[in-house]
Design a protein around this ligand. Structure first.
Ligand SMILES: [Zn+2]
Length: 442
């Protein structure tokens, strides 16, 4: 599911999640502080940051719904003092996330390239071939597995969104339309299907029942198999102030420390880790069965665990400091926007990503600051951002309306966007990058 993540140029997902208690199967009934940790069950007492009430980040508003009520849910992040899992209560049904998932990873060239590089690396490092089995959980439209298929390595995708899986099938990637967990893993194992390479990218954060999911990974992995997973690193989130990557669809935020504990509980062991630039800084973790002694643990694992410890990921104070940092970021961004507006400057947004919606709602930035935003995705044009109701227009509107400043909402693509939009300098336009702290880029 990699790039969807509420962060990419995903298609607008319009259905609203039902409120709690109204047919949301599988939804926990936590109430913030005091609710049990998703992994270890310890009551949660420590707030990391409370971003207040926010609408679901992909519930773009149709023009005819502008006067209707919108559901808002708390964005209150807590950390568990026993296992240090950073987490949100679950307010969004699994059905909402998975069945309506209309993101097609293949739309993003850089993701397809990322997948190709990964495939080549895995084939050579682990000697995969015609007799191997690769299984990907949340395989999307096959943007990644297609490379294994082309290399003659048998691949199987597991993708809960039927429309997305159908595209994968059409491209020659066998795909099961299912949600992954122990039940499916047992069925596959009974058919003799276990993975020599098992992967799940950017999926674990969206899994409500972590333990069932990871127990399923253990079952689905061949005795000498390798498991790889990727997700944004919570250390980078905290260190680089990426609070806007917090949204309702992300229930969990992982450090390597916590990952190791979760894997260990289910008989899996880390043996390597890589740091990647994707999503503002991600980890790719490598794991195997605990009892498989054939792969020694790489020094990178111990090094990163030590770095996390030194950074303070096992101390509540470090998490508490983050809240103060986020509040200051809000004040500084508002300071800048207020100053520019008082000077009579006009400001527009660039992009309509999920992370922009967290930022704008938390900071209370509406059309009084941002006249409009633009997005290249035609499915979002003509809609309004959730909560803030800022109109989403086609990118051509920038040249027509000539704003003095362009607030770059998908800051993880800022280089690419500033190059694409360099034309604004013709009329003296400048960029504003909001994260890690608000700054003007002339
Ligand atoms: Zn815990």
């Amino acid at each position: 599911m990699a790039p969807g993540w509420c962060g990419g140029a995903s298609l607008a997902r319009l259905p609203q999640a039902a409120p709690k208690g109204e047919g949301m199967s599988g939804v926990e009934t936590g109430k913030g502080e005091g609710s049990p940790c998703r992994f270890c069950g310890e009551p949660l007492r420590d707030t990391v940051v409370d971003l207040g009430m926010s609408p679901l980040c992909e519930s773009y508003v149709r023009p005819e719904k502008r006067n209707a009520m919108e559901p808002f849910y708390p964005l209150h992040v807590l950390v568990c003092r026993r296992c240090w899992l950073v987490q949100l209560d679950q307010y969004v049904s699994v059905e909402h996330i998975f069945s309506e998932y209309a993101y097609f990873s293949s739309y993003s060239d850089s993701w397809v390239q990322h997948a190709r590089t990964y495939t080549e690396k895995m084939i050579s490092r682990f000697g995969l071939g015609a007799r191997s089995q690769v299984i990907e959980v949340a395989s999307n439209d096959g943007y990644l597995l297609q490379w294994f298929v082309k290399a003659g390595v048998p691949a199987l995708g597991i993708e809960p969104a039927a429309n997305v899986a159908a595209v994968a099938e059409k491209n020659g990637v066998p795909s099961l339309v299912r949600v992954f967990g122990t039940e499916l893993a047992r069925e596959l194992a009974a058919q003799g299907k276990r993975a020599d390479l098992l992967l799940g990218n950017n999926v674990l954060a969206q899994v409500p029942d972590l333990n069932d999911f990871v127990a399923g990974l253990k079952i689905a992995l061949a005795p000498r198999g390798v498991l790889t997973m990727e997700w944004p690193h919570v250390l980078r989130l905290i260190d680089e102030n990426q609070f806007d990557t917090i949204y309702h669809e992300h229930f969990s935020y992982f450090s390597l420390l916590t990952t190791r504990a979760i894997l260990a509980r289910h008989g899996l062991a880390l043996f390597d880790v890589e740091e990647l630039p994707t999503h503002g800084g991600s980890l790719r973790v490598y794991a195997r069965h605990e009892e498989d002694g054939s792969r020694p643990v790489a020094p990178a694992v111990g090094e990163l665990l030590a770095r996390e410890e030194a950074f303070g990921l096992t101390r509540p104070e470090r998490y508490r400091a983050f809240a103060a940092q986020v509040e200051e970021t809000k004040r500084a961004l508002l300071d800048l926007l207020i100053r520019l507006r008082r000077q009579g400057k006009r400001i527009a947004g660039y992009g309509a990503p999920g992370k922009g919606n967290t930022l704008l709602n938390y900071c209370g930035i509406r059309t009084d600051f941002l006249e409009f935003t633009v997005d290249r995705n035609p499915y979002k044009q003509g809609l309004f951002l959730p909560g803030t109701h800022i109109p989403i227009l086609p990118p051509e509107e920038i040249a027509r309306r000539r704003p003095d400043y362009l607030l770059v909402l998908p800051w993880n693509f800022k280089e690419e966007i500033m190059a694409q939009m360099a034309g604004i300098r013709e009329w003296g336009g400048q960029f504003i990058v909001p994260i890690p702290e608000a700054r003007i880029v002339p």
